[in-house]
Design a protein around this ligand. Structure first.
Ligand code: PMP
Length: 405
């Protein structure tokens, strides 16, 4: 059978992720990998999860843990999340929270919710490639989101119309972004809200790394800034997407969305149609673990990851040739490198795997137009100080040998 004849047009934009292919390399023991943007499994709160799962599966409540449950999500967990959101400047109730199967599902649903083919999604340049992958299925046009840039909202709207659609939303990973590690400052967030008001579009605030700040002044979430302007969540256009993946466990697939009621209601219908609800047992266990240890656990993650971030920045400063620039993240898992113009990070990776046995992610896949081949992403979350030191030394050596100055 020629499957091309029966595939919907939307499949044309769905490609194998460069990262997924790369993750296969992590199995080879001699590779020093800075590729995967994943939490260190040694830091998972395994014991607490084991206790939580055992408790959930013991006694009369065990039936509920294995049963179908409501599409909105497990109420005690939504209550805990509402409390946590209040702590970061977004007071809300469980009714404002929808549990999703990881924040990745939220990105897919939000694309499905808002994008007709040809509509414009404003995304950062670069953006989380998983978001581009999720949105691609809905056949958008992408335009560059640059809240501090000098393009007017009229220019942006006109370009979208000329291509036959409307601007629907702005998407960004606002804190310690994947892939750059950078955080949009308060003025940038306010400018983004102004732009969204002018264009009358939604803002998708991807807060996957929000809890992982190591130093510097916390910046209020975009939704918190909008709430401060409007005083009522129901008036807000920002959709906050949160996740337990980076702080408790990505394998359990538990994330959440906080947004105005019409968005939540529509997403609930979408969830009913797609997977009914996120796994009941995982939500119950996550609720137990979050209530038992969230703050202490996050504090422990911060200490460990901050030391790895420091090790990476210090090694980069020592080993990178002068023409290589890198970001200095205040949190998260990533450092972003810009190589001299004309260099190609994908070619460099091929060579690096062969001669230096160091893995990273070439930056091109994070750009909606596949540009900026001279960029790459390094993750420091899963390597210890010695591996970071050795890895950056090898990468510096390779860059110097291919002519970077
Ligand atoms: N957003 C960003 C910025 C991410 O880096 C990731 C994971 N790499 C996700 C969303 C998806 O995470 P999850 O579905 O596990 O919550």
């Amino acid at each position: 059978m020629d499957w091309q004849n029966v595939l919907a047009a939307r499949n044309g934009r769905m490609k194998a992720s460069e990262i997924r292919e790369l993750l296969k390399l992590l199995d080879q023991p001699d590779i020093l990998s800075f590729a995967g943007g994943i939490p260190d499994p040694a830091l998972f709160p395994t014991e607490t999860f084991r206790d939580a799962m055992t408790e959930a599966l013991s006694g009369p409540a065990s039936g509920a843990a294995l049963q179908y449950s409501v599409s909105e999500g497990y109420l005690p967990l939504r209550d805990w999340i509402a409390g946590r959101m209040a702590q970061i400047g977004i007071p809300c109730t469980a009714q404002d929270v929808l549990i999703t199967s990881g924040s990745q599902q939220a990105l897919d649903y939000l694309g499905k919710l808002m994008l007709d083919p040809g509509d414009t999604a404003l995304v950062t340049w670069p953006a989380y490639m998983g978001a581009l992958g999720a949105f691609n299925a809905y056949q958008p046009r992408y335009d560059r989101l640059d809240p501090k840039g000098n393009r007017t909202s009229a220019d942006i709207a006109e370009a979208a119309q000329a291509d036959g659609g409307r601007v629907k939303f702005a998407y960004l990973s606002a804190d310690f972004a994947n892939p750059t590690g950078e955080t949009l400052d308060r003025a940038g967030r306010e400018a983004l809200l102004d732009l969204a008001e002018e264009l009358d579009i939604a803002v998708i605030e991807d807060a996957a790394y929000q809890a992982l700040r190591y130093d510097g002044e916390p910046v209020p979430p975009i939704l918190a800034l909008e709430l401060a302007r409007k005083g009522d969540l129901q008036e807000c256009r920002t959709i906050y997407s949160g996740s337990f993946s980076k702080v408790l466990s990505p394998g359990l697939r538990v994330g959440w969305v906080v947004a105005a009621r019409p968005v939540i209601q529509q997403l609930v219908l979408m969830k009913q149609a797609a997977d009914l609800h996120s796994p009941t047992l995982n939500q119950i266990a996550t609720n137990h673990v979050a209530r038992a240890i969230f703050d202490d656990h996050v504090a422990r993650l911060r200490t460990t990851y901050a030391a790895r971030r420091d090790a990476m920045l210090s090694a980069l400063a020592r080993y990178m040739p002068e023409g290589v620039r890198f970001t200095k993240p205040e949190g998260g898992m990533f450092v972003w490198l810009t190589l001299p113009p004309g260099m190609d990070a994908a070619e460099l990776l091929a060579q690096s795997l062969k001669t230096e046995r160091v893995a990273f992610v070439p930056g091109r896949a994070f750009f909606a137009d596949g540009s900026n081949g001279n960029t790459l992403r390094l993750s420091f979350s899963c390597a210890n100080a010695a591996q970071i030191e050795e890895g950056m030394k090898r990468l510096g050596r390779l860059l110097s040998s291919v002519g970077a100055r």
